[in-house]
Design a protein around this ligand. Structure first.
Ligand code: GAL
Length: 439
């Protein structure tokens, strides 16, 4: 039986919230016993806001709802989900609801920069007492505790850890092109050689992609592959300059990769692009491991129907994000929401959720043997890789900075990816950093 050891060996770069008051140890309960299920006598409705409406995302949410229903029969789950990958529609709806003091009882926010925006705006309640009573400070790894702590207080309950720097590939398509699906290319340059082979074999768009946020995710993984963990982490602290020749080189690689992608990108969401690989219409797709959840749910066979690898050049680096649930200020049923949070943080809730969501449990006391093969490999990598924060999924930067980057990347996505477009992209990224770096 393999036990997870998520803390040991992790080198985490750039994850602490700006202004963060420390490691959360001051809020440690000092015991590891969980009081999950002991909650209150709360009753009524609990509106839970996410963007999980289909496939593995819906299955994950259903997993939490099931445990919630069993533990808290007096409470009624109300689904406030707004469809659209990565919260592309949900985040705007949420912002306006928070603005008009009409919050859901709990919402899904990413640990790190995104969460810190809500905290700084005074939109979240401090959950330190809940951490104390549930003994969570000793159960979640320091990487996560740091990403949800602000001024010594804890503001959300992490449900999972997802990985963003994964390439999903179709082995049949690769083999037909003379590319060995079991031999991962070592660098972006080597990967480009393979993409050329896949293209030459008659696959018009060897690399599939979808709408703007998926392009941001591809870009972040290229920055990681080319700048490596420290260089990439420095982009969010000012230590790595956005106008440096190293960033220019990475953007040229990104432009080259974009030249292999489907032109209908802006009308697709992430499952459409992943399905192009599944259906043999593309060789590769870069996407988070929620893809694993969809394909596990469809009973595809790992190794035969699909293979996966870290984005070439980013081996040994885990581009991390964590879905975490909050208690908004002004929630109509705060006690009911706390019971939802108890489920999210419980061993049972995390297992029910993560076994079907493609992610790994945030808790360090889970048993890897309970998980499908993909998650077992991610659990292993998370315990030994260098951890860096995802940009597209709210860990690395504020919402405003991500929005500025997304505009520049979205514009580039409609260009012809030539050197003029690359310079314009770089200027946009430099401007985005100067707008947001110190704020
Ligand atoms: C991420 C989220 C994941 C997954 C993905 C695609 O932002 O953290 O859980 O849902 O979007 O929608």
């Amino acid at each position: 039986m393999r036990r997870l050891s998520l803390v040991a060996g992790i080198a985490a770069l750039g994850l602490a919230l700006a202004g963060c008051g420390g490691d959360g140890s001051d809020t440690s309960a000092g015991d590891t016993g969980s009081n999950s299920g002991s909650g209150t006598e709360a009753s009524g409705e609990v509106e839970v806001f996410t963007w999980w409406t289909e496939g593995g995302e819906k299955a994950g949410l259903d997993g939490l709802v099931k445990v919630f229903g069993e533990k808290y029969p007096n409470l009624k789950f109300v689904n406030g989900a707004v469809a659209g990958g990565a919260g592309s529609n949900a985040k705007a709806v949420l912002a306006s609801r928070l603005q008009t003091q009409d919050p859901p009882d709990t919402f899904q926010g990413h640990a790190g920069g995104e969460l810190s925006d809500y905290i700084k705006a005074g939109q979240l309640e401090d959950l330190s007492d809940l951490y104390q009573s549930e003994g969570w400070s000793d159960i979640f790894p320091k990487t996560l505790i740091d990403a949800i702590t602000y001024d010594g207080k804890l503001y959300s309950v992490p449900a999972n850890v997802h990985r963003a720097n994964v390439v999903w590939a179709n082995p049949t398509v690769l083999e037909k092109a003379g590319v060995d699906p079991t031999a991962a290319p070592e660098s972006i340059a080597d990967w480009i050689t393979d993409l050329d082979k896949v293209k030459a074999s008659g696959v018009e768009n060897p690399l599939s992609i979808a709408t703007d946020w998926t392009q941001v995710q591809l870009l972040e993984t290229v920055l990681i592959a080319d700048l490596k963990a420290e260089g990439y982490a420095g982009l969010w602290t000012g230590d790595t300059k956005w106008d440096s020749p190293e960033v220019t080189a990475a953007l040229n690689d990104y432009a080259k990769l974009m030249s292999y992608t489907n032109s209908n990108r802006s009308s697709l969401d992430w499952p459409d692009a992943a399905n192009m690989v599944r259906d043999g219409k593309a060789g590769y797709n870069v996407m988070g491991d929620w893809v694993a959840a969809n394909w596990q749910g469809e009973k595809l066979e790992e190794g035969k129907d699909y293979v996966y690898m870290p984005v070439p050049g980013s081996q040994g680096i885990f581009d991390f994000l964590s879905d975490s649930f909050t208690l908004p200020v002004g929630a109509k049923n705060p006690e009911g929401a706390k019971d939802w949070l108890r489920v999210v943080g419980s061993a049972e809730g995390q297992q029910s959720f993560n076994t079907v969501k493609g992610s790994i449990p945030a808790r360090t006391d889970a048993d890897a043997a309970d998980y499908p093969a993909y998650q077992q490999s991610a659990i292993k990598d998370f315990s030994s890789d260098t951890i860096v924060p995802s940009l597209a999924h709210g860990a690395a930067a504020s919402i405003a900075w991500l929005n500025d980057i997304t505009s520049a990347v979205g514009k580039f996505g409609t260009s012809s990816f030539d050197s003029g477009a690359v310079s314009e992209l770089q200027s946009g990224l430099v401007q985005a950093a100067s707008n947001n770096l110190q704020s």
